[in-house]
Design a protein around this ligand. Structure first.
Ligand SMILES: Nc1ncnc2c1ncn2[C@@H]1O[C@H](COP(=O)(O)OP(=O)(O)OP(=O)(O)O)[C@@H](O)[C@H]1O
Ligand SMILES: [Mg+2]
Length: 345
């Protein structure tokens, strides 16, 4: 089973939210996960409703059943200092280098090196063991760059090969690639059931596969329940007035009335403002209802096409509902529970 879960997807589809929910889901029942962010945007702190994360692993949430989610916002500069420290024991020399601007070079001029530092830190956490030889984290979840950049971001080996053909940086890149290309890693793509995100997902999967990177599953986020069954959808799509009129009549809302109906009944019947008995006021409901139903039927049909496109990729798919109130902390736990219910990811 994978221990490094990389969460990518089109911008705004819910990568950060899904990564956080996944980290919680994987931490349940006493496990311990590390949720890492690599783009310096403090998205994790936001979803967990806490203050900005420092460059330091810290417990951020307790999962159902007592597990722990730790979080880390990886900073490329700090990761480079760590790295220099590790390989060259350059504590104060590292700080001097920083003053000289060497770090600016590494982080801005050489993006490949920057990425190898970020992924390197995550891979280090994947392999880290305690004194008893047990993994410190059961799983690492990375809130990763979007689909358009994910393959290049993870394929650091190619990027760094041009920079460093031998030496510790080269070895570091090789070690990172060994983890990233192994079954220990799974790259998941978050999508919506809409044309653009689904197209990006299909392109992303093709790119990842071509680069030999292990694709995990697709997470269909913000799904909306279908409110009509197949027969009713058909009626809605055809705009069948009679079907609706019949349903309204059955619900006691239908039918033209005779002028004296309410007099016979001995009371005024509730009717929409402006409607007078006898003008068939259910008619006034039919057109707006038909319009809404037709829109719904259209959306369901578009979603069906996109869903088929996604399942055609041959990957496990997971679904998360659109939470109408947005995702607060309680919502995040709910998404985590929904992910868990759908089996191991
Ligand atoms: N299942 C959901 N139900 C309701 N709202 C959601 C759901 N998933 C995500 N959101 C909301 O959608 C917005 C975008 O989510 P998020 O920030 O996780 O996306 P992202 O892919 O990380 O975006 P970016 O590309 O900017 O990093 C947020 O406001 C989030 O709360
Ligand atoms: Mg995000």
């Amino acid at each position: 089973m994978s221990r490094l879960h990389v969460v990518s997807g089109k911008g705004g589809t819910g990568k950060t939210t899904v990564a956080a929910a996944l980290a919680l889901a994987l931490a349940t029942e006493g496990r311990r996960t590390l949720l890492v962010e690599v783009e310096g945007r403090q998205g994790i702190a936001q979803v967990f409703e806490t203050e900005a994360l420092p460059y330091e692993e810290r417990k951020i949430a307790v999962a159902p059943g007592g597990g722990e989610v730790h979080a880390l916002a990886i900073d490329a500069e700090r990761a480079l200092l760590d790295y220099l420290q590790m390989f060259y024991k350059l504590g104060s020399a590292g700080r001097a280098l920083k003053k000289l601007g060497a770090i600016d070079f590494a982080t801005t001029i050489a993006p490949g090196l920057r990425d190898v530092l970020l992924t390197g830190k995550a891979c280090e956490a994947v392999r880290r063991k305690d004194k008893r030889g047990k993994f410190v984290y059961d799983a690492i979840v990375m809130d990763a760059p979007p689909t358009g950049r994910i393959t290049r971001f993870l394929n650091v080996n190619d990027e760094v090969a041009g920079l460093a053909r031998i030496g510790p940086i080269h070895n570091q890149a090789q070690a990172v690639m060994r983890v990233l290309k192994s079954p220990e890693t799974a790259v998941h793509l978050v999508t919506l059931l809409e044309e653009m995100p689904v197209q990006e997902t299909a392109d992303g999967v093709a790119e990842l596969r071509a680069a030999g990177l292990p694709v995990g599953g697709t997470v269909i986020n913000m799904t909306r329940p279908a409110v009509l069954d197949t027969g009713d959808l058909d009626i809605a799509a055809r705009g069948a007035r009679t079907g609706i009129a019949k349903a309204l009549a059955q619900a006691g809302l239908g039918g033209p009335r005779r002028a004296d109906d309410h007099l016979k009944a001995g009371r005024r019947e509730a009717s929409p403002a402006g409607a007078v008995a006898g003008d068939g006021w259910a008619d006034q409901l039919i057109d707006p209802l038909l319009e809404q139903a037709r829109e719904h039927a259209e959306r369901v049909e578009l979603e069906r096409v996109q869903y088929a496109e996604l399942t055609g990729l041959g990957l496990p798919t997971y679904e998360l509902e659109l939470l109408p109130e947005g995702v607060d902390l309680a919502g995040l736990y709910r998404l985590a529970r929904d992910l868990r219910k759908q089996g191991p990811i």
